[in-house]
Design a protein around this ligand. Structure first.
Ligand code: GLN
Length: 242
């Protein structure tokens, strides 16, 4: 990217935008603008080619059928994989996260190939659907504060040796395999089960993505009052006895 502009790509809003994850694009866009960056946001529908020149790609969650269609189209298109080969950053949520892996399975037991951008494989969870608030301690390498989000998924995700978990859950299921992990990441590709939207609840993840794209270690501080209030409210709600 140039020093002052950031190309933000919101991938397949027509298929993968069911859970309010578009808020992630709004948060990255706003926080980048607050740092004086000229943000070009491109919303790419599933009948359009994925541009390979983006800096940050955001992908949301979705139901099983749109998820399968999205994976087929992304694979056929190939643009997202080429963008990552060129160093682009990807932040994918839930269905989007599963699509970043090697394979996932839908409600009919049909297997779909993922993009292989994360060394993870998703299967159908045998237990009840994972629904509810999640709190997690972020991977020490990422240095993020406690993560808060909301999960709603049937799939469970197994991590291979090529990724690190994004967090360890204190509350909730995360990847749902019982190993206490939530999400996965390697290099510039991140996946999580957290909605919320997760970047509204955890704005420092948005800043992390912006820093990665600018290749800087720090950003000028912005007013986080609103975000802090949301975080406190959700963390309190999650930890209150039912
Ligand atoms: N369809 C996937 C599942 O149920 C992902 C759901 C989601 O994106 N919330 O596991």
């Amino acid at each position: 990217m140039s020093d002052t502009s950031l190309r933000l790509v919101w991938v397949y809003p027509d298929l993968l935008s069911t859970y309010g994850d578009q808020g992630n694009a709004l948060v990255v866009e706003r926080r980048a603008r607050q740092r004086g960056l000229d943000v070009q946001r491109l919303d790419v529908r599933s009948d359009q080619p994925i541009p390979t020149s983006g800096d940050i790609y955001l992908i949301g969650g979705g139901e099983d059928r749109p998820q399968r269609l999205a994976a087929e189209r992304l694979l056929r298109d190939g643009g997202l994989n080429r963008a990552v080969d060129n160093g682009a950053i990807v932040f994918a949520v839930c269905a989007g996260y599963q699509i970043m892996g090697h394979e996932f399975v839908n409600d009919l037991g049909e297997r779909s190939a993922g993009l292989g951008l994360l060394d993870v494989t998703s299967s159908r969870g045998e237990a009840a659907r994972c629904v509810g608030d999640v709190l997690g301690d972020s991977d020490e390498y990422l240095g993020l504060p406690q993560l808060t989000g909301f999960e709603n998924h049937q799939g469970v995700t197994h991590l291979g040796p090529g990724v690190r978990p994004l967090a360890r859950v204190r509350l909730g299921n995360g990847n749902g395999t019982g190993d206490g992990t939530e999400g996965a990441w390697r290099d510039t590709v991140f996946g999580t089960y957290l909605h919320g939207p997760v970047l509204a609840r955890n704005p420092l993840i948005a800043d992390m993505l912006i820093k990665l794209s600018l290749d800087v270690n720090a950003l000028t501080p912005v007013d986080d009052t609103w975000y802090d209030a949301l975080r406190q409210e959700r963390i309190a709600a999650a930890t209150q006895p039912a």
